[in-house]
Design a protein around this ligand. Sequence first.
Ligand SMILES: O=C(O)Cc1cc(O)ccc1O
Ligand SMILES: [Fe+2]
Length: 454
Amino acid sequence: MAEELEYLSGFGAHLSSEAIPGALPRNQNNPLLCPLGLCAEQLSGTSFTSPRHLNQCSWFYRIKPSVTHEPFYPCIPGNKRLISEFNQQTTSATPTQLRWRPAEFSKIPTDFIDGLYTVCGAGSSFLRHGYAIHMYVANKSMEGRAFCNADGDFLIVPQHGKLFITTECGKLYAQPGEIVVIPQGFRFSIDLPDGDSRGYVAEIFGTHFRLPDLGPIGANGLAAPRDFQVPKAWYEDASYPNYTIVQKFGGELFMAKQDFSPFNVVAWHGNYVPYKYDLSKFCPFNTVLFDHGDPSINTVLTAPTDKPGVALLDFVIFPPRWLVAENTFRPPYYHRNCMTEFMGLIHGVYEAKQDGFLPGGASLHSCMTPHGPDTKTFEATISRNEVNEPFRIEGTLAFMFESSLIPRVCQWALESPGLDKDYYHCWIGLKSHFSHNKETVDENGTKSSDIPQS
Ligand SMILES: O=C(O)Cc1cc(O)ccc1O
Ligand SMILES: [Fe+2]
């Protein structure tokens, strides 16, 4: 069923879709009477006055407008592990290299809303600047309830288990290896056909994802606009005694009841839409002679700040590809980055870590925190003779959320039993290979450098 879904295509395109032919008004957005007795409703993703090339909005033609619901009340107990304001009261600062083992699946029935938990983030959803990095572990479909995130856009990276997502624009199906973006304000409901499910979510406040500029690469390469898939209009004209809208607002959850399905949009048009992307469609570029290129070459999507070239959040992948660089240390170099790097692994082994970084796990290397290949990777690489041979990295898919804003970390992430307290051991055994004559001092106090060489 899910595999048979059809999509529209095109990143940033102004699209339109009708579940019933003729449901979309022609030539205007809000006629006095909409076709089929539908009701017009706009969803704005940018301020009305945003410049045209940034402006995003969509028009829905729905059976009843979203406003026809009872008042919002706080969800009690709700989900207390969601943060959208990162300050000293809510979270901790740490420059330590952090790594988490994959979270274990739970036996307690948990849907996507209850299974979502914030790991770290920066800024504030109220101030419309910042991001939150969440993960989820869930095993149950959302039944009779829809989620609406008023705080920001979700970029969902499933790692285990398929996602079958119903949105106001229609249905999307995503499996590990694909990603889904649900922009701020969209109502959606996630079914988990496989039960146990796990993944990562980057949430951005105050801006939206775009495709990176390609610079000297030219007009083609990396993620192609046409590979982004947008749902086709789908609606249900169903009444429910107690349908619940759960709204995340400032990191807190509120609920409102209504007696009908929120997925009642018969036709829509606009450029503010949810979409999915299959990461295997990514066309990687890389060095073809020597040296290790910076990971920005693998940027799939970027959320900008106001500073040119400085991302609020880049989504970067490390997909299967050929490594051909000659006389080059091919794994990631050792580095300290003014940007912060949160990494996850969808499957396989990551090229910089021979063990300890597992599918479903995560790592966080904050601003200026040193990191790089573990000892095993370093030793294996420098002792390999065939290092000049082309080599295809296979069977792996890692990713990075990279941000210019320095994250603060949630208490439950720091206290999690999954936190790898021995992470630093992966580097601590790294031996010096420095081979210049070592200075020695003999029992008379004579330095070896003072002894004349014959
Ligand atoms: O730290 C990491 O593993 C991510 C990364 C990969 C790479 O190829 C170069 C730099 C970088 O930060
Ligand atoms: Fe890095």
